[in-house]
Design a protein around this ligand. Structure first.
Ligand code: SAH
Length: 375
């Protein structure tokens, strides 16, 4: 028997969740999602690097260096717009393999003084990915420090970047049933075969109902809505920072730009969609980001909001086509074809171009975020 056979974290995690359901009753979707992603021993992010070649999914910075480079130019530009503060904290939430940040830092060299003024802070929950980030950034011009949350980073001027971070924050779901909203929960099949199944839990409180977009609050029976309460925490932390010191934040993710009903919880394993409740810890669980909600939360918190733009338009506005042409000039025919494919994946409407959205938040009164219109 190999060591791997003896230690099966995913099975242990499933067992742990089953025991918990048997003693506490069905769990809100958010609890299941948080455990499946972040359990320190067996959570999906905690245990492996899902972004590696042959991993579970691929993100824009892993597709092409052009993505991080343009984000780096964006960061350098907003630093100038803030009045070139020194020191400035350059923060990334959910940095994955560290690839985007390494491209950001290379491109940011173009802005004289920016990297001299900057310190680098990575907010990462996964021990395994922290190690990968450390390796990727080993020879980067700035030395990374890891933090467990935005609130841990000392106050001061800051630039916050997050690609595909908001989509993995745990969501709750609610279903309209007989004219009332009920929490969607995860329980065990009645035969107790050990399969996780969805069910209806307690009525939503008035406070929770107020989190549902007004246009959906009186929806017909059977409607499913998602409550992204963690978004409010993130926006609140950013607002606290940006109220006392200048700052810009940039978030790129997949999602909708208007409130919509429907179940968007999805699980990806080895690039294939799988059932979200099967084998917690072995697949990535994400849900569509509600950009309209992010924009409204940020504005209510006193921030200026730019976007919501499509990733394709945003990258083109920042000059991705010129960058691709410059890179292609150094390549042979095969290299040029590869760059053309990367550009297509990042920007074409049928690829990531329109599904992925971009939003920027900043301290009130700062100049407009580059490449984005006022919300
Ligand atoms: N930005 C990277 C990775 C996206 S995957 C890219 O575009 O390739 C999501 C990242 O967020 C991973 O690094 C994951 O470990 C991290 N993450 C997920 N939930 C988190 C949380 N609650 N706090 C901090 N990091 C989190």
């Amino acid at each position: 028997m190999s060591a791997e056979d003896e230690f099966r974290p995913a099975e242990q995690l499933a067992q742990q969740l089953k025991d918990r359901i048997r003693s506490e009753g069905p769990l809100p979707v958010s609890v299941f999602m948080a455990e499946a992603l972040l359990d320190p021993m067996a959570g999906f992010y905690a245990t492996k690097d899902p972004l590696s070649a042959g991993g579970d999914f691929i993100t824009a910075p892993e597709i092409s260096q052009m993505f991080g480079e343009l984000v780096g130019l964006w960061a350098a530009e907003v630093w100038g717009q803030m009045g070139a503060p020194d020191p400035v904290r350059l923060i990334e939430v959910g940095p994955g393999t560290g690839r985007m940040m390494s491209d950001v830092l290379r491109a940011a060299r173009a802005a004289p003084g920016f990297l001299d003024a900057a310190s680098l802070h990575l907010v990462e929950a996964s021990a395994a990915l922290k190690m990968v980030q450390g390796r990727t950034l080993a020879s980067a011009p700035l030395q990374a420090r890891w933090e467990s949350g935005l609130e841990k980073i000392a106050a001061g001027p800051s630039i916050i970047l997050g690609n595909e971070f908001l989509d993995c924050l745990p969501i709750r779901q609610a279903v309209r049933h007989n004219g009332v909203w009920r929490e969607r929960v995860v329980g065990l099949s009645p035969q107790d075969t050990g399969r996780f199944i969805f069910g209806l839990g307690p009525h939503l409180s008035e406070v929770d109902i107020n989190e549902i977009a007004p246009t959906l609050r009186d929806a017909e029976d059977g409607t499913l809505v998602e409550l992204r309460l963690s978004d409010a925490t993130v926006i609140d932390q950013i607002a606290q920072r940006f109220k006392t010191h200048p700052g810009y934040a940039l978030f790129i993710d997949y999602g909708s730009d208007a409130p919509e009903a429907g179940d968007t919880l999805q699980a990806l394993k080895a690039h294939q969609k799988v059932e979200p409740l099967d084998a917690p810890g072995t697949a990535d669980l994400t849900a569509w980001v509600d950009f309209d909600r992010i924009a409204r939360l940020a504005r209510n918190a006193g921030l200026d909001v730019y976007g919501i733009s499509h990733q394709g338009d945003f990258l083109k506005g920042l000059g991705v086509e010129a960058r691709a042409a410059a890179l292609a000039r150094t390549q042979d025919e095969a290299g040029q074809a590869k760059i053309a494919r990367q550009l297509h994946r990042l920007t074409a409407p049928e690829e990531m171009g329109t599904l992925f959205k971009v939003i920027a938040l900043c301290s009130p009164g700062l100049p407009p975020a580059p490449g984005l219109d006022a919300f």
